[in-house]
Design a protein around this ligand. Structure first.
Ligand SMILES: [Zn+2]
Length: 438
């Protein structure tokens, strides 16, 4: 008998490995940061002992959800400006607010709120594009969340962060050097979009990504405005333009990919580019419907992103799953597409793979890191239960998440954050709200 730190038992265990079959009365053995074993409880309990064996009745355990595109610190702009098209929303509201308020303190405080919201909603890792990511990284280590932190790059200066275009690249390389050996934080380069970064910036960001073998993260083909602008400047649609400057690689994760030609869908599949599908942001800004069913059929790796809370307005991956599963059926006229198994696969394994974390997280198997979610199924809206995958996609809410483990450490217990004071985080957010409102 081997002693382990935790034996996590549950009526339903979804490993997201192999044929996605459901393990009834399952258990996961965890020691240190690692998953040691997973399978049926009677088998696990014959091989392992632990002083922490969780009660599994009425519970499901599945891999931590992954948010593949957000701007975490923008939670402080949640609900600041709504019901506007993307460019008006950006130019008249978000960019001025960022220009006025965004600094190291803002990012540090706001990231705490974003992590609190995501962890309590079963999101154990996120991919971010923003500024002051060294500060964000320190907060992630404190709160116990996993993140791929992208150093934002744009072609014009940003007071307090970058005096010149060069500064963005210096900041990006510093970020990579600071965090390349961290357990929880992975650095990344994040040029913003084709309308804020020229080809030289993209090529330079791509060279850094290749040199250090870190992911590169950008917005791509989000709106018709962007496609028209790209055609104007470069005579090509966004994905074809990226192909022409050597940007399409397995290291790239592209957020949105709403406006794609069939040729572009084929290019994304061929070059193994990851796509962060942000359906609620696309709906709210009326950006359009990404051809997700078509991309999945073509073999493109698609995962979920919430985008920033200013355009969503929450950071719930469960919300994205439910919305996407329904909208793509309506849009394609086919009720069989984006089914509930596919959505959970997109939210876990696909998400990990497109962020370059596929060997570490995204599924439950021996050797992977223990990023796990336990949800309570004993609720009216989850009863009766015929298909656990269906319930996770169509019925499960963030408030049903009971326990969350990241890297083998319990960070949410009975729905409460264990690593920091929740009330302090909320109070700080309310103080910022008063300042920003004034
Ligand atoms: Zn975004």
């Amino acid at each position: 008998m081997q002693n382990v730190d935790y034996i996590i038992r549950a009526d339903y265990l979804l490993t997201m490995e192999g044929d996605l079959s459901v393990i009834r009365d399952g258990a996961v053995a965890v020691t240190g940061s690692d998953i040691i074993d997973a399978g049926v409880f009677p088998g696990i309990s014959k091989k392992y002992t632990s002083s922490n064996i969780s009660e599994g009745k009425g519970r499901v355990v599945f891999p931590g959800l992954i948010n593949t595109h957000t701007h975490a610190a923008m939670v402080y702009f949640r609900g600041l400006a709504d019901d506007l098209p993307l460019m008006d929303w950006l130019q008249d509201h978000i960019w001025p607010a960022e220009g006025k308020w965004m600094n190291e303190d803002f990012v540090g405080d706001a990231v705490e709120l974003a992590c609190l919201e995501m962890l309590k909603a079963g999101v154990t890792a996120y991919s971010d594009m923003y500024f002051f990511q060294n500060t964000a990284g320190k907060k992630l280590e404190k709160i116990g969340m996993r993140g791929v932190l992208g150093a934002g790059i744009i072609d014009f200066p940003f007071t307090g962060y970058a005096k010149s275009a060069d500064d963005y690249f210096i900041n990006a390389e510093n970020l990579i050097n600071n965090w390349k050996d961290s357990e929880l934080v992975s650095p990344c380069v994040a040029p913003h979009a084709t309308y804020t970064c020229g080809p030289d910036s993209y090529k330079r960001a791509n060279a850094i990504s290749e040199k250090y073998n870190v992911p590169i993260h950008t917005h791509l083909a989000e709106t018709q405005f962007e496609v028209a602008e790209c055609r104007n400047r470069y005579g090509k649609t966004p994905v074809e333009y990226f192909e022409s400057i050597g940007m399409l690689t397995e290291r790239l994760s592209a957020a949105h990919c709403v406006w794609l030609t069939d040729n572009e869908v084929g290019l994304l599949a061929k070059r193994r580019v990851g796509v962060a599908h942000c359906i609620e942001s696309n709906l709210k800004l009326a950006s359009g419907f990404a051809p997700v069913a078509k991309m999945l059929k073509a073999g493109v790796k698609v995962a979920f992103g919430t985008d920033g809370a200013a355009s969503n307005n929450d950071l719930s991956v469960l919300g994205e799953m439910s919305t996407a599963a329904k909208v793509h059926k309506a849009v394609s006229g086919d009720p069989t597409v984006v089914d509930s198994r596919t959505t959970l696969l997109m939210a876990t394994k696909n998400g990990a793979e497109i962020l370059g974390l596929g060997d570490k997280v995204g599924s439950i198997r021996p050797g992977k890191k223990a990023d796990l979610v336990i949800a309570d199924l004993s609720k009216p809206h989850l009863t009766p239960l015929y298909d656990i995958y269906s319930h996770i996609t169509y019925c499960l809410r963030p408030s049903d998440i009971e326990t969350v483990m990241v890297n083998g450490k319990v960070v949410v217990e009975n729905g409460r954050l264990t690593t920091m004071d929740e009330e302090e985080i909320l109070e700080k957010a309310r103080q910022w709200q008063e300042k920003i409102k004034a």
